[in-house]
Design a protein around this ligand. Structure first.
Ligand SMILES: Cc1ncc(COP(=O)(O)O)c(C=O)c1O
Length: 393
């Protein structure tokens, strides 16, 4: 009889179970919104990236339905063969105007945008200098490029400078940071790194996935927030979080975008978005431009909830965004906190090693513009109860 060549995977899973780190997927049974039903339980939802509540916005839903009626449900091809529809081009033009850059290319996801871009523009002769907490898609793109990878300690511009000083002056270099870090909610050292990129002649790239729709005027991101227009060569944004739909994009020069049309592998080798996704994203840009008060509501809720957690005495790290971690220490403790909160009616996902450092396991909370004060107060009351129970406050 054939022995199972994948038996080792079962052992790995057993190891996770023994460390109390094995998770089942939580299943959403209704809509992605401020209070949702997961696993048959109605909970205040602090786990989505639906910052502006746009996943269920009536105008976005209507535009998606209209696009399906008019253009069908799929694009039927990759962009470089028959899968570029006029609505894809319209979205790219609209995003370029919104981001104030010459051009934009839209990818199937933010992950594909980062990994596809970094791997396309670098070769094994080049170097990438990357913040240690940059997103997995940047790390994968760097590995695929086969460039030399140099990692600097989180937000440490001086350490990045030392790395640059040691690299050959003639070598091509990409300096890269997240605009907002997804697990800690703090901002990247965008101004300091831009200055460094100019000093050393690096390509400067910022992944603004969690800043899109959240930071800057009308949600234009950290480049706008820090007034760094014209100083970042490659801006990545996502359409999957605050924009409520799906996708990622790269904003930059016309030459960069044309090059990515020719060389970015997810663009060349994976089917483009259904037209309804592009229509939804166009509607989301309308919301950002015409209803900026929705972003203000997100920030009001953020300030209220963060202050509440801090007043209760939780360790919320150094967050500067609507992402607020509640740091619990050991992985099993964070999972216990998450599980008990869920029993009490609050969904805040536990996050442990390898996503964060072993001793910095946490539950991550993200408030949205759609949460009411009552929902947030309910969540704070439950954090107080469970946090005391587990000795965290
Ligand atoms: C910092 C960062 N970059 C990129 C991505 C990928 O974005 P998307 O979900 O659109 O693939 C994420 C999402 O998890 C992220 O947190």
């Amino acid at each position: 009889m054939r022995t199972d060549p994948l038996a080792y995977l079962g052992m790995e899973l057993d190891a996770l179970r023994s460390q109390e780190l094995h998770r089942s997927l939580r299943v959403l049974e209704d809509r992605q919104q401020a209070t949702s039903t997961f696993d048959h339980k109605s909970v205040v939802n602090l786990s989505s990236n639906n910052y502006l509540g746009l996943t269920t916005h009536p105008m976005l839903v209507e535009r998606a339905i209209q696009a399906i009626r008019e253009f069908g449900v799929g694009s039927g091809s990759v962009r470089t063969i028959a899968g570029t529809m006029e609505i894809h081009m319209e979205l790219e033009r609209r995003l370029a105007a919104f981001k104030k850059t010459e051009a934009v290319v839209v990818f199937q996801s933010g992950f594909a945008a980062n990994a596809g871009t970094v791997s396309a523009i670098l070769t094994k002769e080049d170097a990438i200098i990357s913040d240690e907490l940059n997103h997995a898609s940047i790390i994968d793109g760097a590995r695929l490029s086969r460039a030399t990878i140099k990692v600097f300690p989180h937000k440490n511009v001086d350490a990045a400078r030392k790395i640059l000083q040691e690299l050959p002056a003639a070598q091509r270099k990409l300096l890269i940071t997240d605009g907002v870090f997804s697990m800690d909610g703090d901002l990247g050292s965008v101004p300091g790194l831009c200055a460094l990129a100019e000093e050393f002649g690096c390509i400067m790239m910022v992944d603004d996935a969690h800043a899109s729709g959240v930071f800057g005027k009308n949600g234009r991101g950290t480049i706008d927030h820090f007034d760094m227009h014209g100083r970042v060569d490659i801006q990545v944004g996502t359409l999957s979080k605050a924009m409520g739909a799906l996708g990622g994009y790269v904003a930059g020069s016309a030459a960069l975008i044309d090059f990515l049309y020719h060389r970015a592998r997810p663009f060349l080798f994976s089917t483009s978005h259904p037209p309804s996704v592009a229509a939804t994203c166009l509607a989301a840009i309308d919301v950002l431009e015409k209803e900026p008060e929705i972003i203000e509501r997100l920030w009001d809720n953020t300030r209220f909830f963060k202050k509440g957690l801090e007043t209760l005495g939780f360790n919320t790290g150094l967050s500067e965004s609507p992402i607020t971690p509640v740091i619990a220490g050991e992985g099993s403790r964070a999972m216990k906190l998450s599980d008990r909160l869920f029993e009490e009616g609050v969904f805040a996902q536990g996050i442990a090693f390898p996503t964060v450092a072993r001793d910095k396991a946490r539950v991550r909370t993200i408030v949205t513009a759609a949460h009411t004060r009552d929902e947030l107060q309910f969540a704070l009351d439950k954090f107080k109860k469970v946090g005391s129970e587990l000795g965290l406050i």
